[in-house]
Design a protein around this ligand. Structure first.
Ligand SMILES: [Zn+2]
Length: 65
């Protein structure tokens, strides 16, 4: 599950954001698409959710250790 992170798609309501690689920073998330409808997320979309996404990534990273 390294390539998916929780997200709410504004187009289809899907909650999985698929990334091309395991994201380590917001720039990695720019190429992300909705796993359900394939909607590409803009930088603005990501910025509005950046805090939430990064919080989740950081918490997961700690949990793995
Ligand atoms: Zn979608």
């Amino acid at each position: 599950m390294a390539d998916t992170i929780p997200y709410r798609c504004p187009q289809c309501g899907g909650d999985i954001l698929k990334t091309s690689a395991e994201p380590h920073s917001l720039s990695d998330l720019k190429n992300s698409v909705c796993a359900k409808c394939g909607r590409r997320f803009s930088e603005d979309d990501l910025k509005s959710h950046a805090a939430k996404i990064m919080d989740k990534l950081i918490r997961d990273a700690f949990r793995r250790k």
